[in-house]
Design a protein around this ligand. Structure first.
Ligand SMILES: C[S@@+](CC[C@H](N)C(=O)[O-])C[C@H]1O[C@@H](n2cnc3c(N)ncnc32)[C@H](O)[C@@H]1O
Length: 393
C-alpha cells in the first residue's frame, strides 16, 4: 500500500495499517530497520535481510514504529530462540538471531554511529572481540517476584514472565532459582519484590531485596569471561609509558584501577566513583599510599582535578556517557592518552565529538587512534566499545 501523507507531510494516516517491509539491518535498541516510502520504520523482533508484514504502531515526523505480524521470508540469520520465553521476556531481544549475525550487526552499529556523528573521523577500527561465552555468562541478575511468580519483566511491561532457568545466566545462579523463590514467598508481601542475585568475588551465590533504601551491590561487570579481555586490552592500549598519574573516572569497585596500579608501578593512581558501596569496597583493597579513591561525582571532581600532559585518563561512564563539561575539561587538561570504555555507542560518539571540538578550539587537537567493539552482552543489542585518544602530534 502507499503512504497517505497529509498536508503537513506526516504519515499519520498510516497508523494501524498493515504493510510489507524489507528489513535492512538492526538499530541501537535492537529493532530491525526498514524504509517505507523513504521513512525509516523500526520493527522490534525482526532480523536483517528478511521480508515482514507489520502493523504500524507509532507515527512520528521522521520515523515510524511497527509491530511484527508475520515473517514472510525469513532472514538467513533467523533461528528458533534457544530459550522458550525469549519472544516475551524483556531480557534478550536478539535470541532469534544467530550469534555470527549479532556480532556483525554490533560491529557495524558502532562504526556507523561514530561515522554518523562525525563522517570524516579517521581511526583504526579493529574487528569485534567475541565473548568466550554466548550463553551462561551473566554473574549478576535482577529477577522479580509477585503473586507467586518468579521471573523477569516481560518486554515493555511490568508483567512477570515466569522462569525456571535463564540461558544467559551462570548456572551457579540459576540452580538457586527455586530456593530464592521460596525465600521471596516467605516475605509474605503482596507488593512487587525486586531481587538481586550475584556471584561474589569469592565465588559464592548471594541474593537479597532491592529496596528504596538499598539499591543492591552497585555496578559490576556482568560477563567476567569477556571482562578479562576488556581490561587486558585497556592495559595494552595504555602502552608502556611512564605515566606520573593514572586517573580512573567512573571507577566502580576498581575493575580497571587495580590492574592499572599493578602495571604502572611508579604512577599515582586515582579512582573516582559516585557509589559509596563501591568506593568502600575499593578502599578496603588499597594497600599502597600512591593509590587514592574519591567518592565523588566525576563532574565535581573535574573542577578540582590536576591532570598533567604526561598522564593517562581511563573513563568508563554509564550508558548516558560523560558530559560536555567533562570532555571540555579533559580537552583542556590534554593528558597524553585517554582510554574511553563505553556501553553505549551514541553517548560515546557524542562525547568524542565534544572532546574533538574542544581540543581543536583550545589549540591541542586530539585524535582517535583506535576503536574496538566488544561482545559483552550476547543475545542482546547491547555492545561495549573501547576507544583510545591521543594528542595529535
Ligand atoms: C559502566 S560502570 C563502570 C565501573 C568500572 N569501571 C567497572 O568496570 O566495573 C560506571 C560507573 O560509574 C558510576 N557513576 C555513575 N555516574 C557517576 C558520576 N556522575 N560520577 C562518578 N561515578 C558515576 C557508577 O556507579 C558505575 O560504577
Amino acid at each position: 500500500m502507499s503512504a497517505k501523507t497529509n498536508k503537513g507531510g506526516a504519515q499519520a494516516p498510516l497508523l494501524g495499517s498493515k504493510i510489507k517491509l524489507h528489513i535492512e539491518k538492526l538499530a541501537i535498541g535492537g529493532a530491525g530497520v526498514a524504509r517505507h516510502e523513504g521513512v525509516v520504520v523500526f520493527v522490534p523482533q525482526a532480523a536483517p535481510n528478511e521480508e515482514v508484514l507489520v502493523e504500524v504502531s507509532l507515527v512520528k515526523k521522521n520515523y515510524m514504529e511497527a509491530t511484527l505480524l508475520e515473517v514472510l521470508k525469513p532472514s538467513p540469520a533467523r533461528r528458533e530462540p534457544p530459550c522458550p520465553v525469549a519472544s516475551v521476556c524483556g531480557g534478550c531481544n536478539w535470541q532469534h538471531i544467530t550469534e555470527i549475525e549479532q556480532r556483525k550487526q554490533k560491529e557495524q552499529l558502532v562504526l556507523e554511529t561514530l561515522k554518523k556523528f562525525n563522517p570524516t573521523l579517521q581511526f583504526e577500527y579493529l574487528p569485534l572481540k567475541e565473548s568466550p561465552r554466548s550463553f551462561r555468562y551473566r554473574n549478576r541478575i535482577q529477577p522479580k517476584f509477585k503473586n507467586n511468580h518468579f521471573g523477569f519483566f516481560a518486554r515493555n511491561s511490568h508483567d512477570i514472565v515466569e522462569i525456571t532457568d535463564c540461558l544467559i545466566t551462570e548456572e551457579a545462579l540459576t540452580t538457586k532459582f527455586s530456593e530464592v523463590k521460596i525465600w521471596a514467598q516467605g516475605k509474605n508481601s503482596k507488593d512487587l519484590q525486586r531481587l538481586e542475585m550475584y556471584i561474589s568475588e569469592e565465588g559464592s551465590v548471594r541474593y537479597g531485596l532491592i529496596t528504596d533504601e538499598d539499591d543492591g551491590i552497585g555496578f559490576s561487570q556482568v560477563n567476567r569471561f569477556q571482562n578479562e579481555d576488556l581490561v587486558q586490552t585497556a592495559l595494552t592500549w595504555a602502552g608502556e609509558d611512564d605515566y606520573p598519574h593514572v586517573l580512573d573516572l567512573y571507577a566502580g569497585a576498581g575493575n580497571f584501577t587495580f590492574p592499572f596500579a599493578h602495571k604502572f608501578k611508579n604512577a599515582e593512581i586515582t579512582g573516582v566513583e559516585l557509589n559509596p558501596k563501591l568506593v568502600e569496597k575499593a578502599k578496603s583493597k588499597i594497600k599502597e599510599k600512591r593509590m587514592k579513591y574519591f567518592l565523588s561525582d566525576v563532574e565535581s571532581y573535574m573542577r578540582r582535578a590536576v591532570i598533567g600532559p604526561e598522564d593517562l585518563v581511563v573513563l568508563d561512564p554509564p550508558r548516558a556517557g560523560a558530559s560536555e563539561y567533562i570532555m571540555r575539561a579533559l580537552a583542556a587538561a590534554r593528558p597524553k592518552r585517554i582510554i574511553y570504555i563505553s556501553c553505549h555507542p551514541v553517548s560515546l560518539a557524542r562525547d568524542l565529538n565534544w572532546i574533538f571540538a574542544w581540543s581543536q578550539k583550545l589549540g591541542t587537537p586530539m585524535k582517535l587512534a583506535r576503536v574496538q567493539a566488544f561482545e559483552m552482552f550476547p543475545q542482546t543489542d547491547h555492545v561495549e566499545t573501547i576507544a583510545e585518544l591521543r594528542v595529535d602530534s
